[in-house]
Design a binder for this molecule. Sequence first.
Ligand code: AGP
Length: 607
Amino acid sequence: MCGIFGYLGGRAASPLLLEGLRRLEYRGYDSAGIAILNSKITVNKCIGRVADLESIVPAELHGSIGIGHTRWATHGGVTDANAHPHMSEDGKIAIIHNGIIENSRALRRWLTAEGILLKSETDSEVIAHLIHRAVGDGLSPVNAVRRALRHTRGTWGLCALFAEERIIVCARNGSPLVVGIGDGESFISSDPQALSAHTQQVIFLEDGDMAVLSPSGVETCRLDGGSSDASVTTIDESWGEADMGDFPHFMLKEIHEQPESLRQCISGRILKSDGNGRLNGLDLTPKELQRIPHIRLLGCGTALHACQVGRLAIEQLARVPALAHVASEFRYNDPVIDSTALYFAVSQSGETADTLSAVKEIQLKGGQVMGVINVVGSSIARQCGRGVYIHSGPEQAVASTKAFTNMVAALTLFSVQIGRARTLSVAQGKKVVQALSKIPDQIERYLANQGPIEEAVEAVKDARHVLFLGRGPSAPVAREGALKLMEIAYIPCLAYPAGEMKHGPIALLEEGSPVVVIAPKDKFRQKTLSNVQECKARGAKIILIHEEGDDEFAEEADIAIAVPKTNGILSPLLTVIPLQLLAYHTGLALGCDVDKPRNLAKSVTVE
Ligand code: AGP
């Protein structure tokens, strides 16, 4: 997803902007550019990586004010001209923009009719020209931005650099922006991660907020003219300090971080003697937990798969009806919102537009939404106001791994907590929380002895398609494994509840077709074994993720990968790990960019 970084102060802006953009690279992008103000605005931009941009930026480019952008193409192809920043015709205003201007086609037609020569195919460029026209009508920079945005419909995280006034005017609506307050200098970014190296004092702008960065400091206000109540908060200095360490890629590092990140997630949240969980951020009393009629969980991608595991845990442990919803579908399906029900918005970044929109829809109808979020202070976390931080630490790889296991752990702890407020006994609760407390060590043990991953890579890397099968809590794991292999190795994958396979997908199977089956020793094992036989009868090559010690099942597979035994509903925390490794090593074998896969962004802040 697009990244923004801006600076105004006494230091050379160019190296600061390039470093800021490098810290945003993990978000995924396809072009980059910077605008630096010295005696005039100088823009350098190109397709490719920040390193490619750095190679074209003149070393002698001086100036202590500037804005920079990494673009993830939405409107207009991946070209130098479509990269940001975009300039006004007189070259005195430069803008960078995250989001989508929904009425850009009409604005482009109008500007062209007014004699403006548009230089790009993008929606964003129109903003530069609208601001320029407003300045030409005598408006101040802030009011010119206000007028320009009043003509636009859509979302924006916008920064406009004004050469004459030597200021940066920012505006936020639907796409995150955070201001950094330094000592005699100020910053703007789409992500606090890019600021933490310079300052921990930040202002998270809300929708409708504006901010002006000037030599005298930072002022905030509202697009509608009022004053903003956005306040300065302190972010953790370590946030965003993620580096690769001894690992070749962030994805592998984050797979191996799961034992520790899981410990961080469950630390202080397990009450072993009571057989209970304690998620204080939910701030729900036992009486309130007893009164909840049903629960809905919302997420996208990997977060959706965590929701699908969570809903099973809630129904199994608390006997409360629970459903997982695709966040991007939710608000458009005219959902019936029950103000007495409980909703969870699950998101690693806390910036996914589809999930944020669903949260707002629920709240609009009086619903109560809790966040299950990794990034502290993110938009969804602030929109929900209450919830659970999963404490995975910065997740830099586009493919979500350690956030998935922590989301599942947090939702399982909630399932125990609401279960124990109802009919779940101490003994039953103890079984789950004791098993959960062992998972970090079990993941560590598995990572030290991963099994025939390379054989599995050989079986899938040249396949036309790969089918993933699982039942019960292994069905969402099948979907997660398919998503990982698709997004990292670009191999077409299908994931189905194993029982569904004979109702259609079995037609895909031919001699040597790889089928990945997730089958811990739970109540679904026997049925899944039958499905494996059905696949083998069609010549499929079976890659089995099974429980260690289940040799009978392992003998049925061509490639058998054993994971430690645990409580049934917790099995996804272990069975997912080999699938993460399978995707990573297959992507490597195929020469893919495993940390920044093509076309993907780390957080999708557009609907
Ligand atoms: C997962 O590997 C993908 N990167 C993607 O599906 C991701 O899970 C999805 O975009 C949701 O992101 P979020 O958790 O930040 O909301």
